[in-house]
Design a protein around this ligand. Structure first.
Ligand code: ARG
Length: 590
C-alpha cells in the first residue's frame, strides 16, 4: 500500500540525512511537517526540520557545516532525485522546503481513482483491537451520554477497521446485572403475580417502571427486603427469577436496537452478566498474588498513586461494576487475546479505568509501560450540555430519550426539505431517506467535530445550519459535486479509464494536494483516537473545493473538462470515505 506523502518524503530524507552525516551513530528520524499557510501564503508544501537540532549535536565535529543553515543545504544536496519533488530550497535558519511535483500529485490521484480508496489505507501496527462503546444499562434508559459513546465509539471502530487489523471487536458491555434487578423483579411479581400474564408492552416504558419500583423500594421496608431477597434468588439462578430478569432485559434491548438501527451502528453484545461466573476465579488469582486485602469488611485492591482502594467485593459480599470489569478485562486479555482494549465512556469514569488498569499492572497482567502491548486505553468524553450550559435535559423528564432526539432532528430536516423550491421533484421515499441522512448525520457530526474531551452543547439550530461546519453543509457540498458530474453528461467510469488528470491551475493543485494528504491526516486522527481531526480535514476539503477550485475553475464546458471532472470525482471519493468513517450517509441529490 502506498504510504502517506509525509512517509514517502521521510524515506527520501532518511537517505539524505545519512548521506550528509555518515558518522552519526544514532539513527536520525526525519522530522517532516506539512506547511501551513500564513496570511494565505505557504512557503512550500512540506518542510524538513532536522537541521537545527542536528547541528547542535554535531557542532565542531563536522567542520564543513558552520551553522544550521549550511547543514540544511547539505541535506538538500543529498536529497535523492525523486518524481515526487518539484523543487527544494533552504529557508531561514535551515528549514529544507519541498514543493511537490504537480504531475506526481495528479498521477497519485488518478491511481487512487483506479485502485479505490482502500489503496490509501495505512498499515498501522494494530493486530487485535476491541472498542467497548455504547454499553448502556438495562432499565435505565439510554441517555445522551450513551449517545456520545455510541457515536464516538462507532467512528473509532470504523477508523480502526480501515487499517485492516487482524481482528476488530465492537463490544457492547451492556449493564444487565446489579442490585437494581432485585427491585425490578420484586415489582414485576407484585404487579403480575402470574409470570404468564406479563406482556412486554406492559413494561414497555422501562424508565417509568424503574421509577415506580424505586418509589416502592424507598417507601416500603417490606418491599425493600423482598427486593434484596430477589437479588439473591436471581444470582442463585432461580429459574423464575431468571425468566423475569430476561423479560426485563429484552424490553431494554428492543429499545436500544431501535437507536442502533437508526444510526447504522453495529455492535456485538457481551453483557455484564456474561462475566459473572468469571468473577470468582479472577478474584482468586488476584488473591493468590496477594493483591486483595481487607478494608472495613470489603475486599479491596490498592493501586499506585490513588488514595482510595478499588473495591473488588462489597462489604455484603456482593459484586459491583469493578468486579465485573476485573473479570471482563481478564477475559479480553487471556481468552480473546486482544492487544488493544479501548473503552469509550464519559470522562467521569476516568478514575475507574485508571485504577482498573493499574491493578492489572500490579498483578503483572499488563506491562509496566502503558505504551507496550497489550495496551488499554480509556477514551473519555465531556458532558452533553443544553443551551443553558447545564447538563442536557428535556423539560418534561430528567433525561432526554434518544429516540425523541433523533425524531426531532429528522423532523426539522424534513421541514427544511419540503420548503425547498424543488420539493415537488422528490419522491416520498427520497424525502424520508434524505431527512434521515441529514438529521442523524448532523447529530453525529456535531458531536464528532469537537475535541471529544470537552463538553459539548447540544443545539439543533446550530447543527442543522446549512452554512458553517455542519453535516448539512458538507452533505450539500457533496450533492452539489454529484450534480456537476451529472450535468456534464459524461460517463465517469469511462473518463477514469481514458481521461487524464492534470493540475494546471493553482487552485486545482491546492485541491489535489489536500486530497492526497488524506492518509496522513487519517493516521493522525486514528492514532490519537481523535475523530475531530478527520472532521476538520473534511470541512477544509469542502471549503477548498467550493471557495477555491469551484469558484475559479469552470468545469462543465471548459477545455479542461475531463481533467476537472476527474478531480471532482476524486473529491467525491475522499468525501464519501470521510462520511463513511464518521458514520454519515451521503446525499446525492439536493
Ligand atoms: N454501562 C456503563 C455506563 O453506562 C458503561 C460501561 C463501559 N464499559 C465497561 N467495560 N466498563 O456507564
Amino acid at each position: 500500500a502506498p504510504a502517506s506523502v509525509r512517509k514517502q518524503l521521510a524515506k527520501l530524507f532518511v537517505e539524505a540525512l545519512n548521506a550528509t552525516l555518515p558518522t552519526q551513530s544514532d539513527a536520525i528520524v526525519p522530522l517532516i511537517d506539512a506547511c501551513v499557510a500564513k496570511n494565505g501564503i505557504k512557503p512550500a508544501d512540506y518542510q524538513c526540520n532536522n537541521a537545527m537540532s542536528l547541528f547542535a549535536k554535531i557542532k565542531g565535529k563536522q567542520q564543513e557545516f558552520i551553522n544550521p543553515r549550511s547543514l540544511g543545504e547539505g541535506i538538500m544536496r543529498n536529497l535523492p532525485p525523486s518524481q515526487m519533488v518539484q523543487s527544494c530550497s533552504v529557508a531561514g535558519p535551515g528549514f529544507v522546503n519541498i514543493v511537490l511535483s504537480k504531475n506526481w500529485i495528479a498521477q497519485s490521484l488518478q491511481r487512487m481513482l483506479t485502485d479505490g480508496i482502500d489503496s490509501w489505507a495505512p498499515r498501522l501496527p494494530i493486530k487485535r483491537v476491541m472498542v467497548d462503546f455504547s454499553s448502556p444499562n438495562i432499565a435505565k434508559e439510554m441517555h445522551v451520554g450513551h449517545l456520545r459513546s455510541t457515536i464516538i465509539g462507532d467512528t473509532l471502530a470504523r477508523m480502526l477497521e480501515f487499517c485492516q487489523p487482524e481482528c476488530l471487536i465492537r463490544r457492547n458491555h451492556i449493564g444487565d446485572w446489579g442490585t437494581q434487578f432485585g427491585m425490578l423483579i420484586a415489582y414485576l411479581f407484585e404487579k403480575f403475580p402470574n409470570p404468564e400474564d406479563v406482556n412486554e408492552s406492559d413494561i414497555g416504558d422501562l424508565q417509568a417502571f424503574y421509577k415506580a419500583s424505586k418509589l416502592r423500594f424507598d417507601s416500603d421496608p417490606a418491599f425493600k427486603l423482598n427486593a434484596q431477597q430477589s437479588v439473591v434468588k436471581l444470582q442463585g439462578g432461580d429459574p423464575k427469577y431468571r425468566t423475569a430478569w430476561k423479560q426485563i432485559c429484552d424490553v431494554s434491548r428492543t429499545e436500544f436496537n431501535k437507536v442502533y438501527q437508526r444510526l447504522g451502528i453495529r455492535l456485538e453484545e457481551m453483557p455484564e452478566s456474561f462475566f459473572n461466573r468469571l468473577i470468582p476465579p479472577t478474584l482468586e488469582k488476584l488473591e493468590k498474588l496477594g493483591l486483595i486485602e481487607d478494608n472495613e469488611g470489603a475486599r479491596v485492591i490498592f493501586v499506585e498513586g490513588v488514595d482510595i482502594p478499588l473495591i473488588a467485593v462489597k462489604r455484603d459480599g456482593g459484586y459491583n461494576y469493578f468486579s465485573t470489569d476485573l473479570a471482563s478485562l481478564w477475559y479480553r486479555l487471556n481468552v480473546e487475546k486482544l492487544d488493544w482494549n479501548i473503552y469509550v465512556t464519559d470522562v467521569g469514569q476516568w478514575q475507574h479505568f485508571d485504577m482498573l488498569f493499574k491493578a492489572f499492572r500490579r498483578a503483572g497482567w499488563l506491562p509496566k509501560d502503558p505504551n507496550e502491548y497489550p495496551i488499554c486505553t480509556h477514551i473519555g468524553f465531556g458532558l452533553v450540555l443544553g443551551d443553558d450550559g447545564k447538563r442536557f435535559r428535556s423539560r418534561s423528564s430528567e433525561t432526554v430519550r434518544l429516540v425523541d432526539l433523533l425524531d426531532e432532528a429528522k423532523r426539522r430536516c424534513k421541514v427544511a426539505l419540503l420548503e425547498r423550491d424543488n420539493a415537488k421533484d422528490w419522491t416520498e421515499e427520497e424525502i424520508e431517506k434524505t431527512s434521515e441522512a441529514i438529521g442523524y448525520g448532523a447529530v453525529k457530526y456535531a458531536d464528532l467535530k469537537i475535541n471529544r474531551t470537552t463538553n459539548y452543547t447540544f443545539n439543533f439550530d446550530q447543527m442543522l445550519n446549512d452554512k458553517g461546519n455542519t453535516a448539512v453543509y458538507l452533505l450539500y457540498a457533496h450533492a452539489r459535486i454529484c450534480s456537476i458530474i451529472r450535468k456534464s453528461g459524461k460517463d465517469i467510469e469511462e473518463l477514469k479509464k481514458n481521461g487524464n488528470l492534470v493540475l494546471e491551475h493553482e487552485d486545482e493543485r491546492t485541491l489535489g494536494l489536500h486530497l492526497l494528504q488524506f492518509t496522513e491526516v487519517f493516521v493522525e486522527s486514528c492514532s490519537n483516537l481523535l475523530p475531530n481531526v478527520l472532521c476538520e480535514y473534511l470541512y477544509n476539503l469542502a471549503e477548498i473545493f467550493t471557495k477555491k477550485f469551484y469558484s475559479s475553475c469552470q468545469v462543465v464546458g471548459s477545455p479542461e473538462e475531463t481533467s476537472r471532472l476527474l478531480l471532482c470525482e476524486a473529491t467525491l471519493v475522499v468525501m464519501r470515505h470521510c462520511f463513511y468513517l464518521l458514520g454519515i450517509d451521503p446525499v446525492y441529490k439536493l
